[in-house]
Design a protein around this ligand. Structure first.
Ligand SMILES: Nc1nc2c(c(=O)[nH]1)N[C@H]1C(S)=C(S)[C@@H](COP(=O)(O)OP(=O)(O)OC[C@H]3O[C@@H](n4cnc5c(=O)[nH]c(N)nc54)[C@H](O)[C@@H]3O)O[C@H]1N2
Ligand SMILES: Nc1nc2c(c(=O)[nH]1)N[C@H]1C(S)=C(S)[C@@H](COP(=O)(O)OP(=O)(O)OC[C@H]3O[C@@H](n4cnc5c(=O)[nH]c(N)nc54)[C@H](O)[C@@H]3O)O[C@H]1N2
Ligand code: SF4
Ligand SMILES: [Mo]
Length: 754
C-alpha cells in the first residue's frame, strides 16, 4: 500500500520540506512539499534521491564490536557494554581530557545531534573537543563572539528584501547556501535580480552563482580580508561610513577608522588582483544601495585571515547601516531560542581560555582545531595526557580534516574508539564499536541549528516517516545511552538523560526574572510537557520557553509541541525583524567594533599586503549532487560532472604540458595525490580546484559504490599546520601546490608506493 509522509530534508542547510512516497515501509519517491511554509515545494536532486540515500544497502543495520581485531555484528547491549568498558578506564586512569570527542557535520542535521552532544561534553568534562566547525565556519563564530558578545550571533543576509548582495566565497547554486538557510537559494537570487537588485560575486572560480551575477570578480584566493578592508577603508575615506540608527549601539568607530588606515584600495589591489577603481566602486555601491548585504561563506573562512574577513563582513554591514535592518543582514529569532533576556551588558566572549597540549592552539568556543586532532593523539608532551579514547559522532575526519594519513595512523593507535555512524568508512573503520543510527526516514526532524540562521522565521517538525525497523535504535536513544555509558552511568534508563536536562532547564528558568515561568514550580511544569518520548518533551519545553512559546500557559496562543504537530507543513513566524540591542552580550552592551584580538591580528593582515607567493594555489569546490564525504555511495548521485577532477586554467595547462583528461600529480605540504585534469577557464589562471570528501580507497571500509570510483583526498595535500590563528580554523583554500603531468616514471613510482 502506497502512502505519503512529510519529512524535512536533512541533506543540506536549506531544510526543504519533502513529501515522501512510502510503499511497504520503504521510501520510493520524494517531491517538494508545496504546502511547506518555508520551502514551498522546492527540491534539489539530493532531496529527490532521498529514497536512495535512505535505503543504501551499505548502511549498517546492527552495531559492530571489535573482537580479536575484527569488527563483528553485536547486540545493542553488547555494544554499550563495550563502550563503557572502553571509555571509563581511560577517564579513571588518565583523566577526562584523555577522551576526545569529534562531532561531524551531520550533527547539525539531526535531532539527536542537537540534543545530546552538549550533555556528553558536560558529562565527560573533556577539553578535547573537535568539530567540523574548525574546518568550516569557526571564524564566523569568533567574529560574532567578539563583535556581539555571542558566538552564535551570526547575522543572515535578508535575501528576499535586499537591493544589493555582495556574495563572497560561496556558491549557493551548488551548496544551496550555508549559514543562510534559504530553500531555493537560486530562485531567491533570481528574484533579487528580477526586482532590479544587483548581485556581485567574488570567487576565484566562475561558478554557476558567478554566472548569475551582474559582476564577477575572480579574486586571488585567501585575500578577501584585504579586499574587505579596502572597502571599509573607502567608506571612511570618502565619508560614506554611516551606521545610521545603529550608531547608539556601537563603540570603537574612530578606532576602527584608524586601524583600517593603511588598507587603501591602491595598497590592496596588487595582492588580491582586483583593481583599485573597482574596489572603490564596490564600496560606493554598497553605501548607495537603499539596502545591501555582504554575505561571505566558506571561501572566506577557510583561509589564513578567516576571522578578519568574517569580522569585516559584519563591519561593512554596520558601516553602511545595513546590520539589523530589513534588506540588510539581521539576526533571526528561532522558536527554540532561549527566552530573550532584557538588553544590557553580558558576560562577553573570551578566546584561549585553554590551549591544545601539543601546539598550544587557543580554544575557540570551547573547541580545539580539528587540524590538531592527530597530534593530540600521536604526540606525547610533559604536560598532560594524549588522547587515548575517542568518541566520533557523525564525523569522517580522515577525509574532512588535513593530513588524513597521519590521522588514520593516529586513530589506529588509540586504546579505544567508538563511532556513531551509518557507514563503515575511512574513519569508523578504526572504531572498536560502531553504533549505526537508523536511516533518516526512521528519524524525527527539527532544525534546531538552521532555524537560527534562516532567512525567514518559521518552525517545522516532522515525526519519523516510517517506524523503526526491528533491531534499530533511534539515534536519540543511541546518544543518550552513549552519554550514560561514557560518564559512568552505564545501564541507567536513557530517559534519565532527558529528565535531567528538563529538570535543570526548568529549575533555571523559574529563577530568571525575565522568564514567563518565573517563580513557578519546575516539577509542576515538567508534568505539563507533552510528547511521545524524551526528545519530544525537550522540544516541547524549548518551544514553550522560547520567544514564541506559550510560557506554560502565560500566553495561551503561544507555541507548544501540540500546536506544531497540528501544523504539519510548519508555522510561518514572519520575516526577520530588527532586534538590536537585545542580542548583544558584550561586556559593554554595545557592538564592539574593534575588539582587542582583532586589533592584535591586523599587523598580520598588513604584512599580507606585500605577500604574493609564486606558483599555483588550490581551492575547493562543491557539486550539487554531492555532500562532503558521505554521499558518494549513492549511485543516483554520482557520475556525470560530479567527479574528483583537478580544474585548471588552459594557460596553466599549456605551461605545464597538461592535456584535458590526463592524470596529474598534485603535491602539497602534506603529501601528494593524483587526479585527472579537467582543463577549464572556469578557474582563474594560477588557481587549481579539487573537491573534498573523496579518497574512498582505504581497506576495511564498506562503501562499495564509493570505492569503485574513489577519487583523491584533497586534504592529504595539507599538513595541518596552516590555521587562522584566532579561530583555529584550517586553511583549506589558497594553499600552495605543485602540479605536474603524471609521467610514465612517476606512474611507476606511484604504483610501487600504493
Ligand atoms: N578541503 C576541504 N575540506 C573540507 C571542506 C572543504 O570545503 N574543503 N569542507 C569542510 C566542511 S564545511 C565540513 S562541514 C566538513 C565535514 O566533515 P565531516 O563532519 O567529517 O563530514 P561528512 O562527510 O559530512 O559526514 C560525516 C559522517 O557522518 C555520517 N552520517 C551521515 N548521516 C548521519 C546521521 O544521520 N547520523 C550520524 N551519526 N552520522 C551520519 C557519514 O557517514 C560520515 O561518516 O568537511 C570539511 N572539509
Ligand atoms: N551539494 C553540496 N551542498 C553542500 C555541501 C556539499 O558538500 N555539497 N556541503 C555543505 C556544507 S558542510 C557547507 S559548509 C556549505 C558550504 O557552502 P558554500 O560556502 O557555498 O561552499 P562552496 O560551494 O564550496 O563555495 C565556496 C566557494 O568559495 C570559493 N573560494 C575558494 N577560495 C576562495 C577565496 O579565497 N576567496 C573567495 N572569495 N572565494 C573562494 C570556491 O571557488 C567556491 O566556489 O555547503 C553545504 N552544502
Ligand atoms: S536543497 Fe538541500 S534541503 Fe533542499 S532538497 Fe536539496 S538537499 Fe534537501
Ligand atoms: Mo560545512
Amino acid at each position: 500500500m502506497s502512502r505519503t509522509a512529510l519529512r524535512i530534508c536533512p541533506l543540506c542547510e536549506a531544510t526543504c520540506g519533502l513529501t515522501l512516497t512510502i510503499d511497504d515501509g520503504r521510501v520510493t519517491g520524494a517531491r517538494g512539499d508545496r504546502d511547506d511554509v518555508f520551502s514551498k515545494g522546492f527540491i534539489c536532486p539530493k532531496g529527490a534521491a532521498f529514497g536512495a540515500v535512505d535505503s543504501d544497502p551499505d548502511r549498517l543495520r546492527a552495531p559492530l564490536v571489535r573482537v580479536d581485531g575484527e569488527l563483528r555484528e553485536a547486540t545493542w547491549a553488547e555494544a554499550f557494554d563495550a563502550v563503557a568498558a572502553g571509555t571509563r578506564p581511560v577517564v579513571e586512569r588518565h583523566g577526562p581530557h584523555a577522551v576526545g570527542l569529534v562531532l561531524g557535520n551531520p550533527n547539525v542535521h539531526t535531532v539527536a545531534g542537537a540534543l545530546y552532544p552538549p550533555v556528553l561534553i558536560a558529562g565527560l568534562g573533556t577539553r578535547s573537543l573537535f568539530t567540523a566547525s574548525t574546518v568550516d565556519q569557526m571564524p564566523k563564530h569568533v567574529a560574532g563572539g567578539l563583535l556581539f558578545g555571542d558566538a552564535n550571533a551570526i547575522p543572515v543576509p535578508d535575501l528576499d528584501r535586499t537591493d544589493h548582495l555582495l556574495l563572497i566565497g560561496a556558491n549557493p547554486l551548488e551548496s544551496n547556501g550555508s549559514l543562510c538557510t534559504a530553500p531555493d537559494f537560486p530562485g531567491r537570487l533570481k528574484a533579487l535580480k528580477a526586482r532590479g537588485g544587483t548581485l556581485t560575486v567574488i570567487d576565484p572560480r566562475r561558478t554557476r552563482t558567478a554566472r548569475l551575477a551582474d559582476r564577477h570578480l575572480a579574486v586571488r584566493p585567501g585575500t578577501d580580508a584585504l579586499l574587505l578592508a579596502a572597502l571599509a577603508h573607502t567608506l571612511f575615506d570618502e565619508g560614506l561610513a554611516d551606521p545610521g540608527e545603529l550608531a547608539p549601539h556601537l563603540t570603537g568607530l574612530d578606532e576602527l577608522a584608524a586601524a583600517l588606515h593603511d588598507f587603501t584600495p591602491e595598497a590592496v589591489a596588487p595582492a588580491c588582483d582586483v583593481d583599485a577603481a573597482t574596489l572603490r566602486t564596490l564600496a560606493r555601491e554598497l553605501a548607495a544601495a537603499p539596502t545591501a548585504a555582504v554575505y561571505a561563506r566558506i571561501g572566506s573562512c577557510t583561509v589564513p585571515h578567516g576571522t578578519l574577513a568574517s569580522w569585516l563582513v559584519d563591519v561593512l554591514n554596520i558601516l553602511t547601516g545595513n546590520l539589523d535592518r530589513p534588506g540588510g543582514a539581521l539576526f533571526p529569532q528561532a522558536a527554540t531560542d532561549r527566552t530573550p533576556r532584557p538588553a544590557g551588558p553580558g558576560r562577553g566572549f573570551a578566546l584561549g581560555r585553554w590551549h591544545s597540549r601539543v601546539s598550544r592552539h587557543p580554544e575557540a568556543k570551547g573547541e580545539l582545531p580539528l587540524s590538531a586532532l592527530a597530534e593530540e593523539i600521536d604526540t606525547a608532551t610533559d604536560d598532560g595526557e594524549p588522547i587515548r579514547a575517542l568518541i566520533a559522532v557523525a564525523a569522517n575526519p580522515v577525509l574532512s580534516a588535513p593530513d588524513g594519513d597521519r590521522l588514520d595512523k593516529a586513530l589506529g593507535s588509540l586504546d579505544f574508539m567508538v563511532s556513531v555512524d551509518p557507514y563503515l568508512n575511512e574513519t569508523s573503520r578504526h572504531a572498536d564499536v560502531v553504533l549505526p543510527p537508523p536511516p533518516p526516514a526512521q528519524s524525527p526532524h527539527h532544525d534546531f541549528a538552521f532555524n537560527t540562521l534562516a532567512v525567514r522565521n518559521q518552525v517545522r517538525y516532522t515525526r519519523p516517516a516510517v517506524p523503526l525497523e526491528p533491531g534499530r535504535m533511534a539515534e536519540t536513544e543511541i546518544l543518550a545511552r552513549l552519554v550514560l555509558a561514557a560518564t559512568g552511568m552505564h545501564g541507567a534508563d536513557p530517559g534519565a538523560v532527558d529528565a535531567m536536562v528538563i529538570g535543570q532547564t526548568l529549575a533555571k528558568a523559574v529563577r530568571e526574572p525575565h522568564s514567563p515561568v518565573h517563580g513557578r514550580d519546575p516539577e509542576e511544569l515538567a508534568a505539563l510537557l507533552t510528547g511521545d518520548n524524551g526528545p519530544e518533551r525537550r522540544l516541547d519545553m524549548m518551544l514553550r520557553l522560547g520567544p514564541y512559546g506559550d510560557g506554560f500557559g502565560a500566553d495561551p496562543d503561544g507555541l507548544t509541541l501540540e500546536k506544531l504537530l497540528a501544523h504539519p507543513h510548519g508555522i510561518d513566524l514572519g520575516p526577520l525583524r530588527p532586534r538590536l540591542p537585545q542580542p548583544l552580550k558584550t561586556r559593554s552592551g554595545k557592538v564592539e567594533l574593534l575588539p582587542e584580538p582583532i586589533a592584535a591580528d591586523l599587523p598580520r593582515l598588513r604584512a599580507a599586503l606585500g605577500e604574493r607567493p609564486a606558483g599555483l594555489v588550490l581551492v575547493g569546490r562543491r557539486h550539487l549532487r554531492s555532500n562532503n564525504s558521505w554521499m558518494h555511495n549513492v549511485p543516483a548521485l554520482t557520475g556525470g560532472s560530479n567527479r574528483c577532477t583537478l580544474h585548471l586554467h588552459p594557460e596553466d595547462a599549456a605551461r605545464l604540458g597538461v592535456r584535458d583528461g590526463q592524470p596529474v600529480r598534485i603535491k602539497g605540504a602534506g603529501g601528494e595525490v593524483t587526479a585527472p585534469a579537467e582543463v577549464t577557464d572556469g578557474v582563474r589562471p594560477g588557481v587549481v580546484s579539487l573537491p573534498h570528501g573523496w579518497g574512498h580507497d582505504r581497506p576495511g571500509t564498506r562503501m562499495r559504490h564509493a570505492a569503485a570510483d574513489p577519487g583523491a583526498n584533497v586534504n592529504q595535500l595539507l599538513d595541518g599546520s596552516l590555521l587562522d590563528p584566532l579561530s583555529g580554523n584550517a586553511v583549506l583554500n589558497g594553499v600552495p601546490v605543485e602540479v605536474a603531468p603524471l609521467t610514465a616514471t612517476v606512474t611507476k613510482t606511484f604504483g610501487a608506493l600504493t
